[in-house]
Design a protein around this ligand. Structure first.
Ligand code: HEC
Ligand code: HEC
Ligand code: HEC
Ligand code: HEC
Length: 271
């Protein structure tokens, strides 16, 4: 995963101009749960998705939130997960240039743990490719695509290899101390900011969790993508937290990159 190089940006800018008039969804958010096609709506009545509940006789099949939240969640501010923890071990992303992994001080202050934690584990309890999509915390698994055992397959699966090699690191603390250490280590090659201190238009959308950790939800909004990328397959902005508001040029590349710029500058050689 990387910020797209210049030529790619130029191509997509041209495409955007060519198709501007015909693009009904230009700059628009993606389907809400109640519209068809939201991939996190696993209820039986959804349309245009690869996975959904299939047993019409099971009243739970018509519910949407049940796949992630308990139906008895009376307090929205305390999110209650309705999924059993994944049984897989993933490890964490590492690379020779990743300071939160290689530098003792950055590693301690970021508390970079061996496994994804927090809400990222909720994501992995469906995206591990092993746990049944309908396996909720209490009660029998909900039947999906004809079986209570159906698990995810294909490019959306996050196994050990994907977590350790090819998706953004998660579950580390991103605090003033971490930023200060990264700046010492990596300037002038790169720069780091806390989102609040950056000039990125996405700074109010990029989220850290209650422990100030980067999680999957730092970049992804699991309820609805805020920017529907209708030009690229796969999407550059799937379940994206940012809609492009405040940007002069709104397209998938700029909306994607602005989220990265909330924390990074990308000056070679180090990220
Ligand atoms: C695919 C999993 C998933 C589904 C389905 C889902 N949620 Fe969530 N929900 C989450 C996650 C993850 C968070 C935590 C977001 C965060 O940390 O910012 C969350 C947070 C929330 C919150 C707390 C406020 C917020 O937005 O952070 C509310 C309220 C909520 N969900 C309601 C619902 C309702 C109502 C439904 C069904 C219509 C639903 N959710 C379906 C995953 C899901
Ligand atoms: C209840 C199961 C479930 C949970 C929990 C879940 N997902 Fe998904 N997710 C899915 C399914 C099913 C798909 C579609 C897979 C496919 O079509 O191959 C999907 C697709 C996605 C996509 C790609 C969307 C696209 O447009 O292609 C992203 C990004 C994603 N999920 C992120 C997350 C994140 C982040 C979390 C945790 C906050 C999460 N998911 C939790 C089931 C889940
Ligand atoms: C730093 C931002 C960021 C974080 C953190 C992040 N993602 Fe993503 N994710 C992206 C971007 C950007 C894409 C789309 C383009 C790409 O893959 O480069 C994407 C794509 C995806 C997809 C679509 C399939 C694919 O791989 O392209 C899924 C599913 C997904 N992410 C799930 C997750 C899960 C689960 C986590 C937490 C373990 C996570 N993401 C953490 C930025 C992020
Ligand atoms: C919330 C802040 C934040 C956001 C948003 C963010 N990153 Fe990061 N990213 C970091 C931190 C911190 C590191 C760890 C840097 C280190 O330890 O050297 C990192 C690491 C990386 C690495 C690994 C570098 C290496 O040396 O192996 C890549 C690649 C990366 N980010 C790309 C992106 C991209 C692309 C986006 C946007 C889709 C993005 N980041 C969004 C904070 C963020």
């Amino acid at each position: 995963m990387m910020v797209r190089p210049g030529y790619f940006l130029a191509v997509s800018l041209t495409l955007s101009l060519l198709f501007l008039d015909s693009r009904v969804n230009y700059g628009a958010s993606g389907p809400k749960f109640n519209d068809g096609g939201n991939k996190h709506n696993l209820s039986i009545s959804n349309t245009g998705v690869n996975y959904k509940a299939s047993n019409a006789a099971d009243p739970r099949s018509t519910q949407i939130c049940i796949f992630c939240h308990t139906p008895h969640n009376a307090k929205p501010q305390t999110v209650l997960w309705n999924r059993a923890d994944t049984t897989q071990t993933f490890g964490h992303y590492s690379s020779s240039t990743l300071s939160i992994h290689t530098d003792a001080s950055a590693r301690t202050s970021s508390d970079y743990k061996a496994e994804p934690n927090g809400s990222s584990r909720l994501c992995l309890s469906c995206h591990d490719g092993v746990t049944a999509l309908g396996a909720i915390l209490t009660g029998q698994a909900i039947e999906v695509n004809g079986s209570t055992l159906t698990a995810m397959s294909g490019t959306h699966v996050f196994d050990r290899s994907k977590i350790t090699n090819s998706h953004h690191p998660v579950s580390f603390k991103y605090t003033v101390d971490v930023v200060a250490r990264l700046r010492t280590l990596e300037n002038p090659g790169s720069d780091y900011w806390l989102p609040a201190n950056s000039s990125s238009q996405a700074k109010n959308f990029v989220k850290l969790d209650r422990e100030q950790r980067v999680q999957c939800t730092t970049c992804h909004d699991p309820h609805q993508t805020k920017y529907n990328d209708t030009l690229n397959t796969p999407s550059l902005t799937p379940f994206w937290v940012y809609d492009g508001s405040g940007l002069g040029t709104v397209n998938a590349d700029t909306v994607h990159d602005e989220v990265c710029y909330a924390c990074h500058s990308f000056k070679a050689p180090n990220l």
